[in-house]
Design a protein around this ligand. Structure first.
Ligand SMILES: C[S@@+](CC[C@H](N)C(=O)[O-])C[C@H]1O[C@@H](n2cnc3c(N)ncnc32)[C@H](O)[C@@H]1O
Length: 225
């Protein structure tokens, strides 16, 4: 991952710091970033073409909007499972699931995704948006190993993330500076998403780039070969 040409910043805060930060953010998250990031998460979900009856895992579900979207897509015969480290996010997402009337097919847990508490070959689809890029560099392969383990062979994974690919612009540089100055608060950093997924044993099947206020957002679908 640290090969020349694909350098990314480290994330200088612990995963328990992440839990504390997102617990604090949770009540405001939909206002702060949810409302402008959500449309990219929706594109990522659309790219996965989720089918009726599928079993889906979302990592870092935040306030739970995408849990509801995929719960409607899998229908009453499907299952959606979510894991998020923040109890604040869990509480908000749980209310949203209950209000949306999809408790029959959605189960969420609060935990650290670096060790997924699920059996191997369990899911048809794994999804995460604006989450992979907040794992520190050594934790990314650990998380992706776990994703591969719980995905069935031939299963799909959709990832939406801030991207460093082709983004040497001033906004990215300012963002990275803020990330280095305030690692607990600006904990995401742009990564080379398709490259990282490919390096960790996934096969890239769809790749696109979108733009969010001068920051690149990479949306990639891979399969577990
Ligand atoms: C930037 S938010 C994105 C939320 C949502 N996916 C979205 O697109 O709005 C990142 C989410 O990942 C969760 N998270 C951070 N570290 C985690 C970890 N180690 N395991 C599980 N979830 C984690 C945070 O609590 C937060 O809800």
């Amino acid at each position: 991952m640290a090969k020349s040409g694909f350098q990314i910043s480290r994330v200088n805060r612990s995963r328990s710091d992440a839990k504390r930060t997102y617990d604090r953010y949770s009540r405001w998250y939909d206002w702060i970033s949810g409302s402008f990031e959500r449309k990219y998460a929706e594109v990522g979900v659309a790219q996965l073409a989720v089918q009726h009856g599928e079993h889906i895992l979302e990592i870092g579900y935040g306030t739970g909007h995408m849990l509801i979207t995929v719960a409607k897509q899998v229908g009453s015969t499907g299952k959606v499972v979510g894991i998020d480290i923040s109890k604040g996010m869990y509480d908000i997402a749980l209310k949203r699931v209950q209000k949306s009337g999809v408790t029959d097919r959605v189960k969420i847990v609060c935990g650290d995704a670096v060790i997924l508490p699920f059996e191997s070959n369990t899911f048809d689809v794994v999804f995460m948006s604006f989450t992979l890029e907040l794992f520190d560099t050594p934790d990314i392969p650990r998380l992706l190993f776990e994703c591969q383990r719980v995905l069935r062979k031939g299963g799909r994974m959709g990832v939406v993330s801030l991207s460093k690919k082709g983004s040497e612009g001033v906004v990215t540089r300012i963002y990275e500076k803020l990330h280095s100055l305030f690692p607990k608060w600006v904990d995401c950093r742009p990564i080379y998403l398709a490259h990282i997924l490919n390096e960790n044993g996934f096969q890239v099947v769809k790749e696109s780039m979108q733009f969010m206020f001068g920051l690149n957002v990479e949306i990639v679908v891979v399969t577990n070969p």
